[in-house]
Design a protein around this ligand. Structure first.
Ligand code: FES
Ligand code: FES
Length: 167
């Protein structure tokens, strides 16, 4: 059965008719063309599909699109500011070679941003634990962890600068 849902995706209001069984990941990719969110498994293990729903990371293959009705969804396409610069976490992945093929990267970055939002100064062990739900087949994780630690530092600096500017 189809139903109409309204939600906010990357800051824009979206209304679409969807089948009740449509997964959020398929809604984002096929209905909205936001193909930065990847599908890497059919067992909810890889984390390539991670997006933020109301600010929290969610594996979008484990959620129905109808469950995201009235929520604010952010995908990797909506993470960077509108001026075209990269988000500090994206910049850190680029700078520290936190990717090879890039397939896992959108989910890694979205999980990392959520992790750092909760814990602005994580230890290496906390980063490794926080990314347990994200699988990378290429990098061996070492540079991903380095990138997340650097991204956390950059996010802290950005927050400090924003607070200073607001005073
Ligand atoms: S596609 Fe969602 S966890 Fe793999
Ligand atoms: S960079 Fe290839 S799967 Fe992670």
């Amino acid at each position: 059965m189809a139903c109409t849902i309204t939600l906010t995706v990357n800051g824009k209001a979206v209304t679409r008719e969807v089948e009740e069984r449509t997964l959020l990941v398929h809604f984002l990719r096929e209905h909205l063309g936001l193909t930065g969110t990847h599908v890497g498994c059919d067992t909810s293990q890889c984390g390539a599909c991670v997006v933020h729903v109301d600010g929290r990371s969610v594996k979008s293959c484990t959620m129905l699109a109808v469950q995201a009705a009235d929520c604010a969804v952010t995908t990797i396409e909506g993470l960077a500011p509108a001026d075209g610069t990269l988000h500090p976490m994206q910049e850190a992945f680029r700078e520290h070679h936190g990717l090879q093929c890039g397939f896992c990267t959108p989910g890694m970055v979205m999980s990392a941003v959520d992790l750092v939002t909760d814990n602005p100064d994580p230890s290496e062990a906390e980063v490794r634990e926080g990314l347990e739900g994200n699988i990378c087949r290429c990098t061996g994780y070492h540079n991903i962890v380095k990138a997340v630690l650097a991204g956390a530092q950059a996010m802290r600096s950005a927050d400090t600068e924003a607070a200073a500017a607001a005073e």
